[in-house]
Design a protein around this ligand. Structure first.
Ligand SMILES: NC(=O)c1ccc[n+]([C@@H]2O[C@H](COP(=O)([O-])OP(=O)(O)OC[C@H]3O[C@@H](n4cnc5c(N)ncnc54)[C@H](OP(=O)(O)O)[C@@H]3O)[C@@H](O)[C@H]2O)c1
Length: 258
């Protein structure tokens, strides 16, 4: 007997789908049968991904979204639901990072990182949850998912990215608060805390001498690939994970236990 994840009939809204982890999450959810809505600022990139997903038989839609702008969040979520239907699964993935010591952090750096990673993630989840809650009142058996992409940096402090660590620690606590308040509406909120995975957020760094040294300090002396999170995103998205709520799950190749 085989078991497979079937997301047919589900609608997934993926923020930051224009590159890296978000693009991969969207592809995997589409492969499992979900209709995916691809959201971020670089719409041309989203259209390329939509074409790729469609060429593999999937169903994808594109919406422009700037998570630092609440009116943009509201209109993107409304647009997504008009185009694709009510959102069942939110992958709250948009994020940015800066590299510097804490003494060098400017108010602009602070604003940039927190407005995207913390405030942006919060208001995207809030906007989607308001709609999920309204639907749950009419249909209490309905299941919904919010999957926040935090980081292992939200659980431990890493050198040179203290500001990013602070912003992701807030996402970890936000996840637990959402799970507590929204669980009664059939919304399961959990967070994935990835370790180092090569994407545009860190590509240049891993090509430097310092980046190479860091890789040598990791337990298996390697960084991950976005596909290394396929199993986890499918697990958290599917109905069979209905008992997982408020979980903070690391996927870091053992980094945080080293
Ligand atoms: N790669 C890692 O090692 C790693 C580890 C732990 C956690 N993470 C987290 O994983 C998430 C994805 O990062 P990634 O590694 O895939 O990096 P990435 O390739 O740089 O992707 C970041 C995504 O965030 C989107 N984004 C940035 N600012 C935005 C804004 N104002 N509004 C809407 N979207 C915005 C970008 O889209 P647009 O530019 O098109 O808007 C892009 O699609 C982030 O939250 C990151 O912190 C990554």
């Amino acid at each position: 007997m085989g078991v497979e994840v079937n997301l047919e009939g589900k609608i997934a809204f993926v923020t930051g789908a224009s590159s890296g982890l978000g693009a991969r999450f969207a592809k995997v959810l589409a492969l499992a049968g979900a209709r995916v809505v691809l959201a971020s600022r670089r719409v041309e990139r989203l259209k390329e991904l939509r074409a790729e997903i469609e060429s593999e038989g999937g169903d994808a839609h594109v919406v422009a979204l700037d998570v630092t702008d609440v009116p943009s969040i509201r209109s993107a979520v409304a647009h997504a639901e008009t185009e694709a239907g009510p959102i069942d699964i939110l992958v709250n993935n948009s994020g940015v990072s800066t590299t510097q010591r804490l003494v060098d952090v400017t108010p602009e750096d602070y604003d940039f990182v927190f407005r995207t990673n913390t405030e942006g993630a919060f208001f995207v989840a809030q906007e989607v949850a308001k709609r999920m809650i309204a639907r749950a009142k009419a249909k209490p058996e309905q299941q919904a998912r919010i999957i926040n992409i935090a980081s292992v940096a939200g659980l431990r402090v890493l050198p040179q990215i203290g500001l990013y660590c602070m912003s992701k620690a807030a996402v970890v606590q936000m996840t637990k608060a959402m799970a507590l308040e929204w669980g009664r509406y059939g919304i399961n909120t959990s967070a994935i805390c990835p370790g180092y995975i090569r994407t545009e957020i860190n590509d240049q760094y891993f090509d430097t001498e310092a980046g190479q040294k860091l890789v040598q300090l990791l337990p298996r002396k390697r960084v991950g690939d976005p596909a290394d999170l396929d199993g986890l995103i499918l697990l958290l998205a599917c109905d069979e994970s209905r008992f997982i709520n408020g979980a903070i799950i690391t996927a870091d190749d053992g980094h945080s236990v080293s």
